[in-house]
Design a binder for this molecule. Structure first.
Ligand code: GLU
Length: 453
């Protein structure tokens, strides 16, 4: 059997971390088994579904390299098919019309709550044998049994069907409802394994029964535990529920983001970094943890730095220009500068920001302790004694700096801190040897002169 999975976002918002993880796990599961990964837009909520979100989800998947193997399915285009199958269940006696008014249902609910019962529809129209009369809904007749399946992550699951009510499959206006559409589409798309968040467990019980009633092949199911914020709450914008494309424009690398996401709830022998090919070899749903995972920006930054460090400067320059940064590729020593900056950078944006210190002369704050008279004296002595006329490589500059420090009875930070400040106006910058080398002797001299003024 060819494995076929799908990612089924509702295009009511952008793709975020949780959705990207569902897509990645579905993609990996299919691809690691030589199967196909499909995309379905669950766009039947006309008010909230937007083409703009479909485009943005597609773009995000493309950036992450999780492209579907077939044209995306748009659920809203299959409504006639959903409707005719719902009516076929009515014909078979597995669905029935219900004419209960809103008031009647509200009264039922109030009574159930008063009697400490679970509020749910009680099947009172089951035996009424109603036909469609223009304003009644079609309900699915939940079989009087229990539903069992083996979840590929959570293991054996059994639910007594009495926990669920006879849910509506066609509204009074004849339009089909979510669970019915999803079940039919999974069947029509020949999905072999449905992978989605565990907030869909109840829907799975409903959809399994629908598929059985339609006499279709049951897919396997795997429910992923939630991704929570660091404080254990639902992810909010502040802690990671950003549009995936925002990660791109902030300067995250798609490989780093994928590597970070795959480790949200999945582990293999405590290994941190995986190439895509390794993931395709190792990934299996049985290694997914069944408890929620937590989003950590710090860990994502660690991954991004690891991936940045491995990239050569030409590739980084290309990526920097793709996200629209202001870096002049013909700038003196540009490749060496990028190679130095990538080591400490959490993102491409940070490389861009730090590149600025090479382009712009610093503005020195005279009141900063790094510009105190005592520090200025150290820098003045250095300026008078260091030979800026020599054209050198990084190693010899570093050696001469070391000699200077030793010969003048200084500790490294005594020279390093104010000199770094003089050269960049910053405290957080590359080493002084690297700075003099990358800026060049002339520019370094000019900057020190400005500082000493
Ligand atoms: N459209 C649902 C959602 O965005 C996904 C349902 C599914 O994967 O079956 O949560």
């Amino acid at each position: 059997m060819t494995e076929r999975t799908r990612f089924a976002p509702s295009p009511t918002g952008h793709l975020h971390i949780g959705g990207a993880r569902t897509a990645l796990f579905s993609w990996l599961f299919a691809k690691s088994k030589g199967g196909q990964f499909l995309l379905r837009f669950e766009d039947t909520d006309i008010e909230r579904s937007k083409d703009e979100f479909k485009d943005s989800i597609l773009k995000s998947l493309e950036w992450l390299n999780l492209n579907p193997d077939e044209e995306p399915v748009h659920q809203s285009r299959n409504l006639e098919r959903h409707k005719s199958l719902a009516l076929s269940l009515f014909e078979k006696g597995e669905a029935y019309y219900c004419d209960c008014s809103i008031e009647e249902l509200e009264e039922l609910r109030a009574t159930q709550i008063k009697n400490k019962q679970k509020p749910m529809y009680d099947g009172r129209s089951r035996e009424k044998n109603l036909e469609y009369e223009g304003k009644n809904v079609l309900r699915y007749k939940m079989p009087d049994a229990s539903t069992s399946f083996e979840d590929l992550i959570l293991g054996d699951i059994t639910v007594d069907n009495r926990e669920l009510d006879d849910f509506i499959i066609l509204r009074a206006d004849g339009t089909p409802t979510y669970n019915f559409c999803a079940a039919v589409d999974d069947l029509d798309m020949k999905i072999s394994t449905v992978i989605r968040g565990d907030d869909h467990l109840t829907n799975t019980i409903k959809q399994l029964n629908i598929i059985k009633s339609l006499e279709g092949n049951l897919p396997n199911y795997a429910h992923l535990p939630m991704v929570l914020s660091e404080s254990g709450k639902r992810l909010s914008k502040r802690d990671g529920a950003l549009d995936i494309m925002d990660y791109k424009s902030e300067g995250y690398l798609s490989g780093a983001l994928l590597n970070y996401i795959v480790r949200l709830g999945w582990a293999k022998d405590e290994v941190e970094k995986f190439t895509m090919n390794e993931l395709l070899d190792f990934f299996d749903l049985s290694d997914v943890n069944s408890s929620p995972s937590k989003f950590s920006l710090q860990l994502l930054d660690w991954y991004n730095n690891e991936y940045l460090k491995e990239m050569d400067s030409s590739t980084l320059l290309k990526l920097l220009s793709e996200i629209g940064t202001n870096i002049n590729e013909n700038f003196k020593n540009i490749h060496s500068i990028i190679d130095v900056l990538k080591v400490g950078a959490k993102s491409l944006k940070e490389i861009e920001e730090n590149f600025d210190m090479f382009v712009k002369r610093p503005s020195i704050d005279k009141s900063d302790s790094l510009a105190s008279e005592e520090n200025k004296k150290i820098i003045k002595d250095f300026f008078d004694n260091y030979d800026f006329s020599k054209d050198e490589n990084l190693e010899s500059i570093s050696l001469r700096l070391k000699d200077y420090i030793n010969n003048n009875d200084l500790k490294f930070p005594q020279l390093g801190k104010p000199l770094r400040y003089a050269l960049t106006g910053r405290t957080n910058a590359p080493g002084i040897g690297e700075l003099i080398y990358l800026l060049g002797n002339e520019e370094s001299k000019q900057r020190i002169k400005e500082y000493l003024k």
